[in-house]
Design a protein around this ligand. Structure first.
Ligand code: SAM
Length: 344
């Protein structure tokens, strides 16, 4: 049998295979739980953030991330909270980028709200970052201020423009919210088409208390897609990232359009990812509580033996899938932690 060299862990290292035979090749890392925005569906306005001592140092993040890379992780995404508001975030990016140069990683990327992109876009490019995901739910300044509470649209649009000018490809992530921005899906599709950005639509997920009932805002993307198909030519793309998104090509604009549908479509059978929180807890599923504390291990052991054993335990405990439901009004969130904790 031919062995794919690009899909092989470092010589002597065991690949990451879970109890259902799924190969884990993608690590998402929450660099910080803090954010300069307070998106209404993500966290309450007066969110309590973690004390510094509980948060992994940048060196600890690098050490854990690098251990995963040695075990065959090919893609690493920095997220949060807002990754670019953490002091020294670019030092971490620079340091992890050595795995790109060595060929061990295919991609190092990040998900950002765009507020700091004008400042960091060029440096990201020189570090080897090729693309970023930017969260943008609306192109209307007042709506933007209402959804993000603390964000300002022009700052984010400047950041996106700077990213494009620096040569980064930008994918826009838009959470589709009933009665909030559903009328902007088509304008966003057109704006992305004109600017050359791919677009991914995301269903709101029941993660953490936010002080409002998400059932009121839940917009099933299956219905959105059917509606778009009346006016746009959506050509299905076979491409699967092992993630929750299903992609089409919009013939009229040439751009890709993704649908992340955790509630209307079960995508767990091909899951290839795990998530590290800012406190070093490894979650094997966004929608389940199974977790392994890697912080205690890296703080207690200078060598990576115990860390690798803990990673093996985590693989064995990766659940088959999540069971998000948002159909009961007033029901508690499926998991208590916020997206900003697990890393969106
Ligand atoms: N600060 C960065 C950003 O804004 O992209 C990264 C972290 S943020 C938590 C990552 C993504 O998760 C954003 O696109 C955000 O809109 C999305 N998100 C947060 N809470 C969510 C929820 N409950 N359901 C669906 N998406 C959510």
């Amino acid at each position: 049998m031919a062995v794919d060299v690009l899909d092989r862990p470092e010589a002597g290292a065991q690949p990451l295979i879970d109890g259902y035979g799924r190969r884990v090749t993608y690590l998402r890392v929450s660099v910080t739980d803090r954010c300069d925005f307070r998106c209404v569906y993500c966290m309450p306005e007066h969110m309590t953030f973690l004390p510094k001592a509980e948060v992994l140092s940048l060196e600890e993040i690098d050490r854990i991330g690098s251990a995963f890379v040695r075990r065959g992780v090919r893609k690493l995404r920095l997220t949060g909270g807002e990754p670019l508001v953490r002091r020294g975030a670019m030092d971490l990016v620079r340091s992890l980028s050595r795995h790109l140069r060595s060929g061990a990683l295919d991609e190092l990327t990040l998900t950002t709200n765009g507020s700091q992109l004008a400042r960091f876009a060029e440096e990201l490019v020189t570090t080897g970052i090729g693309r970023v995901n930017v969260s943008l739910d609306t192109l209307d300044p007042e709506r933007f201020a209402r959804i993000t509470r603390w964000g300002r649209l022009p700052q984010v649009l400047d950041g996106i423009a700077a990213a494009k000018a620096a040569g980064l490809s930008v994918k826009i992530n838009m959470v589709a919210l009933k009665g909030v921005n559903e009328d902007e899906i088509e304008p966003m599709l057109r704006w992305c088409g004109a600017a050359g950005h791919d677009l991914t639509l995301i269903e709101t997920m029941p993660l953490g208390e936010v002080g409002e009932d998400r059932a009121d805002r839940y917009l099933p993307l299956s219905a959105v897609r059917r509606d778009l198909e009346k006016r746009w030519t959506l050509e299905p793309l076979p491409l699967s990232t092992g993630g929750p998104a299903r992609y089409v090509r919009v013939a009229e604009t040439g751009q890709k359009l993704g649908f992340i549908t955790p509630l209307t479509h079960n995508f767990c059978e091909s899951c290839n990812r795990v998530r590290l929180t800012a406190t070093g807890t490894l979650y094997m599923c966004l929608g389940q509580d199974d977790a392994v504390d890697l912080r205690a291990i890296v703080r207690a052991h200078a060598d990576d033996g115990a860390l690798n054993e803990a990673i093996d335990r985590a693989m064995a405990a990766k659940p088959k899938g999540h069971d998000f439901r948002i159909d009961r009004r007033g029901a508690a969130p499926a998991v208590a932690r916020h997206m900003s904790t697990t890393g969106g």
